[in-house]
Design a protein around this ligand. Structure first.
Ligand code: ADP
Length: 502
């Protein structure tokens, strides 16, 4: 076997062939420089595999492949239903390889296998099928009411060559959110995975080829953000950039994308509030507050990481929440069936969460659970005990900054107006949740919260059919749902002169 593939056996015993190359033109190739990045198992800090890392020259090759495919009649003129069929085929191949993909995701990222298998892979398959169905249902409009001498209509065109930069917290799901709408509408793609989780995306390359996409329609790269990512964002022959990641990197990408005024979609950070009113169903509020912050090791951009509780039930909520977390947030080996929380993705993220724990303590917030590394997993790995700070003040770093870990800041409020004002007192505006049994108050508050998404009596139960995205410094544009198609099409207006007078 060439060095472009390696036979691996995962910790759960599953054997598979891991691609190591850059996936360009439906083939795996080595990077020009020979540079690689090594993926680490966050559960025991061992090396899993090294894969080729793209530099600017490789990015040029991938973009040229995507441009050629974009212009090629085999893709450009493909019947829209046939394009949808290719996506349906891809979804069924992902289903066939579901266990292997879930294994890679857990091994590389650290999320529990049960979650990878049901949630992540369920979302991937669902998203690809959802957009497969849209492929032949995206059309323009005839615009009447201009003049009898004019026929005006619009057609929806693909944007062109799309660069897609994805993060490490949901590698395959983020790939699906971006590939689905881009391919359904006839674009071509150069995607770059996060350097922390390079493996599953390459395995997906196998399935793209097998599904029958023409060469160059989907190109998948690994590589460092500052090299490969920046080369994509600055590339003069890339028409669009779609990015999910931190707000700081999103701002960098916006600047770089200005070079040729790329179309941009950005989904960035958050510090989402969850507001618990006195009149809520307490059990529901506790259950969803837990999921809202502790799911996926707290590594979710929409995590409801600030919990604001009305003073009448503050003590009761804190007690019930602590108890629920201690019962349900089982930390451990992500391949064990009862594990709810695996390790943080990398040492850097692990240390970042620990530094916020120190910050919370030194700023005087009250630590009531966790607050340290979780050691009981063979002495290795990036595990953190689920951490709860209460009586957190609005000026504290742990209240204002995104931690991205199993870490929550709880604070109390008196009135509805105060809750809204404090929920909105952030530079972010991604998600928000609120708990009340008063239907009028629920909708009133939902309207006044500055966020792209508000959950009433739940948290983070997003849905692939519903638009997802942020306001303020949480992003630009929407993914998922019908809105996700807007991000990958341009409207072209065609004016037909029906007369001879002019
Ligand atoms: P995090 O801080 O959570 O790792 P980032 O926003 O840095 O998140 O990373 C998200 C994605 O953006 C990754 O694929 C990463 O490689 C990429 N990236 C990071 N820095 C840059 C950059 N300067 N230009 C383009 N892409 C980048």
């Amino acid at each position: 076997m060439s060095d472009l593939f390696v036979e691996l056996t995962a910790p759960n015993g599953r054997k598979y062939k891991q691609p190591r190359g850059l996936f360009i033109n439906n083939e795996f190739v080595a990077s020009k420089s020979g540079e690689t990045i090594t993926s680490i198992n966050p559960s025991d800090e061992s090396e899993i595999a090294s894969v080729y890392a793209a530099g600017p020259e490789d990015v040029d090759v991938a973009v040229a492949a995507a441009r050629k495919a974009f212009k090629d009649p085999s893709w450009r003129d493909m019947d829209a239903t046939t394009r949808g069929d290719l996506l349906f085929k891809l979804a069924s191949l992902i289903e066939e390889h579901r266990e292997t993909l879930a294994t890679i995701e857990t091994w590389d990222n650290g999320k529990p296998y049960s979650v990878s298998l049901s949630d992540d892979l369920g979302e991937v398959i669902g998203t690809i099928k959802y957009y497969a169905g849209w492929a032949d249902k995206v059309h323009g409009q005839v615009i009447g009411g201009t003049s009898v001498m004019k026929l005006a209509y619009t057609i929806r065109e693909p944007v062109g060559v799309c660069a897609q930069i994805i993060p490490w917290n949901f590698p395959l799901a983020m790939a699906a959110w971006k590939l689905g709408p881009a391919l359904a509408t006839g674009n071509t793609v150069v995607m770059k995975a996060a350097e922390q989780t390079p493996l599953s995306i390459l395995y997906l390359g196998n399935l793209i080829k097998e599904a029958g996409f023409p060469p160059g329609v989907v190109n998948l790269l690994n590589g460092e953000g500052r090299k490969a990512g920046a080369a994509l964002a600055q590339h003069l022959d890339v028409d669009k950039i779609a990015f999910t990641g931190s707000t700081a990197t999103g701002k960098e990408i916006m600047k770089m994308a200005a070079v040729n005024m790329k179309n941009i979609t950005l989904e960035t950070g958050g510090k989402s509030p969850l507001v618990v009113f006195d009149d809520c169903d307490l059990d529901q509020a506790v259950k969803w507050s837990h999921i809202g912050i502790m799911y996926n090791q707290g590594q979710v951009c929409t995590a409801t990481s600030r919990i604001l509780v009305q003073e009448g039930i503050y003590d009761k909520f804190v007690e019930a929440f602590k108890e629920h977390v201690s019962k349900t947030s089982v930390v451990g080996d992500p391949f064990k069936e009862d594990t709810f929380q695996g390790p943080q993705v990398t040492k850097a993220q692990f240390e970042r969460v620990l530094s916020y724990i120190e910050s919370g303590k030194s700023e005087g917030a009250k630590l009531v659970a966790g607050g340290e590394a979780y050691k009981d997993v063979g002495g290795k790995g990036f595990f953190i005990s689920p951490t709860i700070f209460i009586d957190v003040k609005d000026n504290m770093k742990i209240y204002r900054e995104e931690v991205f870990g199993p870490f929550v800041a709880i604070s109390s409020f008196k009135t509805e107006d105060e809750a809204i004002e404090r929920a909105n007192d952030t530079t972010y505006g991604l998600g928000a949740a609120l708990f009340t049994q008063d239907i009028t108050k629920a909708h009133r508050v939902a309207r006044l919260i500055e966020a792209g998404m508000v959950w009433i009596n739940s948290s983070n139960d997003s849905d692939i059919r519903v638009p997802f995205g942020g306001v303020k410094q949480s992003g630009i544009g929407r993914e998922l749902g019908e809105a996700g198609l807007e991000a990958y099409t341009n409207k072209k207006s065609i004016h037909v002169n029906l007369g001879t007078k002019l």
